[in-house]
Design a protein around this ligand. Structure first.
Ligand code: 5GP
Length: 200
């Protein structure tokens, strides 16, 4: 039987640079599978439906949640976000490594269902730096930014629940560190499967 893939979870406050790091990671590891989440939030300029998120209505989201289609879901910054169970399961079953970029509530839910999921927290060097980056990004209104900053402190206080913490001080350095963490788990698995072992 084919060995299941690794499940990696990236979380961290808005402005930490998760999205940029993730994109860099996929340039280096194109065989990783990105789990495209469903969300009820509005599409931002530059985003693509089906690639960044599946943008759906609140009714559709509620129907999917009731139907048990989500591995996890949460309300974040006033919108709903969820990971489709089927997509993740089928990729892992094919032996492919999957990456979720989800918030701390979602990461907790997944870890309770998939205990060997690997949790990686991405953070900025400080809250001041987060605020600057969010302002520079300019994709949020003032109110949305205030909500995200309020939630950032709460999210940062949960970093200790994660297996790894990457401080995104410089994007190239942080991307290198992140790729190293992922590579470590991938090569461990290759080594155990080629030696006939079952443990990761
Ligand atoms: P944004 O609106 O900036 O794209 O994302 C807001 C937050 O929602 C981020 O922390 C992001 O990681 C999180 N998020 C994105 N997709 C999911 C998901 O499927 N589930 C959960 N729980 N959080 C998600």
């Amino acid at each position: 039987m084919k060995e299941r893939g690794n499940l990696f979870i990236l979380s961290g406050p808005a402005g930490a640079g998760k999205g940029t790091l993730r994109k860099k990671l996929f340039e280096e590891m194109p065989d990783l599978v990105f789990s495209v989440s469903c969300t009820t939030r509005e599409m931002r300029p530059g985003e693509t439906d089906g690639a960044d998120y599946r943008f759906i209505t609140g009714e559709e989201f509620a129907r999917m949640a009731e139907g048990g289609e989500f591995l996890e879901w949460a309300e974040v910054h006033g919108n709903c976000y969820g990971t489709r169970r089927g997509d993740v399961d089928s990729s892992l079953g094919e032996g492919r490594d999957v990456l979720l970029e989800i918030d701390v509530q979602g990461a907790r839910q997944v870890k309770s269902k998939v205990p060997d999921a690997i949790l990686i927290f991405i953070t900025a060097p400080s809250l001041d730096e987060l605020e600057c980056r969010l302002a520079e990004r300019g994709t949020e209104s003032r109110d949305q930014m205030a909500v995200r900053l309020r939630n950032a402190a709460e999210e940062m206080s949960r970093a200790h629940e994660y297996d790894h913490i990457v401080v995104n001080d410089r994007i190239d350095r942080a991307a290198y560190e992140l790729a190293g963490i992922i590579e470590k788990y991938r090569s461990r698995r290759t080594a155990t499967s080629s030696s006939g072992g079952a443990e990761r």
